[in-house]
Structure formats: C-alpha cells, structure tokens
Design a protein around this ligand. Sequence first.
Ligand code: PLP
Length: 361
Amino acid sequence: MSNHFLLRDALAEFPPYVPGKPPASAPGLKPYKLSSNENHLAPLPGVTDAIADAGRVPANYPDPKSTKLVTAIAAHLDVDEAEVVPGAGASEILSALTNITLEAGTSVVYPWPSFEMYPILASARGAEKRPVPLLEDGRHDFQGLVAAIDDTTRLILLCSPNNPTGPSVSTSELDGFMAEVPAEVIVVLDEAYFEFATAAEVVDGMDAYRKFPNLVLARTFSKAHGLAGLRVGYGVADPRIASALRQVIAPFSVTSAAQVAAEESLSRNDEVLVRAKEVAATRDQLEQDLRDAGLTVSDSQGNYVWVSFGAEDAQAFEAACAEQAVAIRRLSGGVRISIGADEALERVREVAKSFAESRTA
Ligand SMILES: Cc1ncc(COP(=O)(O)O)c(C=O)c1O
C-alpha cells in the first residue's frame, strides 16, 4: 500500500476556510448564532410551500438550466437571459469566475480583509494572490488596488458591502476605478449583501453593470432572501463571459428546491427588501449603541457590524459573548456580529457595556 497519494503540493499552502462557530450552551440561556451572517427571520410564506413541493420528487434531477429561475431573474433585472448564470450560491459563481480566468502565471487582485473564499479560490487555481489592505475605516483602497494590477492580472474582486468590515463601494469610487482597469480584465462586484445597504452613495450594481462590459455581478439568495441552506445565487455578466461560466459550472448544481424557492422569493422581492431595511435599521442602532459603549465600530452596510479590536480584546469579547450563549465571529483585526434576534443583540450590548467598563476600570 502506498504511504502517500499524488496530491498537489500547493494544498499545504491553501488558507483554511473557518466557518462561523455554533453557539456555546449556557445554563438557562437560549443559544444564538451571530457568526455566519445568516438571516434570522423566518422564510416568506410561499417559499416553504415551494420547497416542500419540490421535495416530493427527490428522484428526479433538477432542470439543469434553472430555466424558470433564469427567466424570473432576467425579467426582474431587465437583462437578457443570456446574461444570467445561476449557481449553488454566489460561492459557485465566484469559483467559476476564478476557473475561467486564473491559472499559474496569472494574478488576482482583491481587498483584504474580505470574503475568505477569495484567497482559497486563488490558491486552488495556482494564481498569484494580491491582497490589498483595506483603508483604516474598512473601505477598499482603490489606489492600492490599481497599483496592484499588472499585465498578469486576470481577475479583480470587489466586495460591496465588504464582509467583514461593512462599508460599501460608492458609485464615484467604482467609476474612478473602472477607468483605470484595462477593459479586457474582468472585475467582479460581489454584492452578497447589497439588499441591506442604505447609504445614498452606495453603488448600484446593475447601473454599474450597464456602464462597464467587463463588470460581473455576483449575487445570492443566501442573505436577504434567507435561503443559505438551499445554496442558490447567480452571476450577471456579458453573454460571452456568462457562457464561459456555464462551461465550468457543474450541471444540476442548483437543486429543484433551491430553484423554486429562489423564484418564489424573488416574486416577493418587495417584502424581502422591506425586511432587509428593517435589519439595516437594527444594524444602525446596534452600531450606535456599541459606539456609545466606547467600542470602535465601522459603518456597515451589510447585515452585520464590525468592531475593531486588537487580538487579545477580540478573543476576550468573543469569549464574553460565548458565556452568554451568543456565537460571534472573531477575525484578524476585530469581531463581526451578525444581526439576529433582539434578545441576542441585547446580550451583545450588555457584554459591550461591561467590556468597556472593565477596560477603563
Ligand atoms: C461577501 C460574500 N460573498 C459571497 C458569499 C457566498 O454566499 P453563498 O455562497 O451562500 O451565496 C458570502 C457568504 O458569506 C459572502 O460573505
């Protein structure tokens, strides 16, 4: 028997994907998970019925083209069906984008810290990773991003709102940036959280898409639509890029249940947006309360808030929340707290108050 297998050496260098922790149990306290930016609200009424119906015929493969969902998305966005590519979450769209652009000898430019999948996908393709540090306030450093581009660059990833720090890209930032990017290099605007954005200057992905043929949108039903467990998202891209994406996406990756649930949820998009704005209002209030408690909080446009901490404080804050049966996400430079049930956020506020007091004592 062989004592090793012929795996790629590069695997040893892949950054790990660390999923949000489940909440610890604490006596008498209901546990809450605020560590994965999930939607804490119950699905919209028709959505669970659609899932149940699709679940009755598990023996059949799904429609490989997600025909009805693509038609619905295209009509909703007023684009051609050829421009819409469904996938198993935005993750599959991002993966496919790296698959059609990156290989050894090429480079990918992205802000950092940002979505953890970016460096993992770059590693998987053997491309050179060019993370560009965010500005102090958690925004993208567009000058730095431009400076990182050279003739090996095949893909640029932007995240608006940025996970984990929260700020969105503004229209003027994107316009200025796109003017500096060679027209043949693909730029991705990852809009996983765009429905939660409320600031006036936030870029509208569809407006930008219409201006810049090399801009691709990555969107998901996981967040505002609350369908993370079903795995469905989509890309919006120039038909030539879209057909390349279809070449590398596994057939049948979007399940029947995911297709019908997404279609149903999109048909109730007005309600989805109302709920997203409620989440945004809760986010703004939590940010204010945490600032009042003395913490350093960025301006988030997503369904989460970001508190900057040194490594020790981040660990202590995470542990104090865990004692209250609330799981939050500790990352380099701070902690990210997803918007969740009022009771959970109330516990976070209490932790923040006593945390700040213990620091000044
Ligand atoms: C910025 C960003 N993009 C993409 C995704 C992927 O989402 P999904 O694959 O669930 O659609 C996430 C998930 O957390 C995210 O935070």
